[in-house]
Design a protein around this ligand. Structure first.
Ligand SMILES: NC(=O)c1ccc[n+]([C@@H]2O[C@H](COP(=O)([O-])OP(=O)(O)OC[C@H]3O[C@@H](n4cnc5c(N)ncnc54)[C@H](OP(=O)(O)O)[C@@H]3O)[C@@H](O)[C@H]2O)c1
Length: 235
């Protein structure tokens, strides 16, 4: 089984790489990192430095990738050094909004565009992205975090639209968006104070839950938004 983990240097992405490398059915993992390197050195894992917003870089890298059984995109941002997520429309900054769109929504489109041929082997396959429940339009009761929410809603729409296209062209692939639950990583660190006791997951726990969801997918699930516990979330 060949696996691609995009954003493998992150808290959640790194836990995916580590958990999958231990599995006997996994032959090879291609993992990408951007600004940070990963400390995980494993004979099954090959690391590539890749900016997932750079189409030329993705095209060149994709040309070297073999057939893919599972692809998991775990890249994303919620805040940068200069900006936190907005509490009010008064805080909207065009550059930060576009940065959210470019890192949270664009990469799956570029990955799908340049890797679709690698799923043409006919075996059941998975194309999954880590999204976030706050990207659900229907579930939005609190407001705030408008750039992040909008970028995750765009990501979700991309998965749904791609699932419809690939049902015709790549019917062996299940495309899904995943909600990992609030997970203890650099991304959530500044916002962990209000998380109720017992609801802040370790990356290992969150990833083990999401792996159980992915293992049970069939192409019939393509186009779904699923939480770590398998619950189907509203778009
Ligand atoms: N943690 C949570 O509570 C939580 C909750 C809901 C959803 N999520 C989602 O889960 C995903 C993973 O987040 P995390 O918590 O693991 O955060 P994290 O530890 O900050 O990891 C973020 C990852 O995104 C990568 N990345 C950022 N910009 C990139 C770019 N331009 N090109 C390529 N890679 C880029 C980072 O690579 P480098 O570090 O190498 O630059 C890193 O691998 C995100 O999509 C996030 O929205 C997380």
């Amino acid at each position: 089984m060949n696996i691609v983990i995009a954003g493998g240097s992150g808290g959640i992405g790194g836990a995916f790489v580590e958990a999958l490398a231990k599995r006997p059915e996994v032959d090879k993992i291609i993992a990408t990192c951007n600004r940070h390197s990963s400390a995980l050195d494993h004979p099954k894992v090959t690391w590539h430095r890749l900016d997932l917003t750079d189409e030329d870089a993705i095209r060149d890298w994709a040309a070297e990738v073999d057939e893919i059984d599972w692809l998991i995109n775990a890249a994303g941002i919620l805040h940068t050094r200069a900006h936190g997520p907005e509490k009010s429309i008064r805080q909207i900054d065009p550059a930060f909004f576009l940065e959210n769109i470019s890192i949270n929504a664009l990469p799956v489109l570029l990955l799908a565009k340049h890797l679709h041929g690698k799923f043409r082997h006919g075996r059941p396959a998975v194309f999954a992205t880590v999204s976030a429940k706050v990207g659900s339009i229907e579930d939005n009761r609190l407001g705030g975090w408008i750039s992040y929410r909008a970028s995750k809603a765009a990501l979700n729409m991309s998965i749904k639209t791609l699932a419809i296209e690939w049902r015709r062209t790549l019917p062996n692939v299940a495309l899904v968006a995943l909600h990992p639950g609030t997970t203890d990583t650099a991304l959530s660190k500044p916002f962990q104070r209000n998380v109720p006791h017992g609801q802040l997951f370790t990356p290992e726990y969150s990833v083990n839950c999401m792996l159980s969801v992915l293992e049970n997918l069939t192409p019939a699930h393509s186009g779904e938004f699923l939480a770590f516990d398998g619950e189907r979330l509203p778009w």
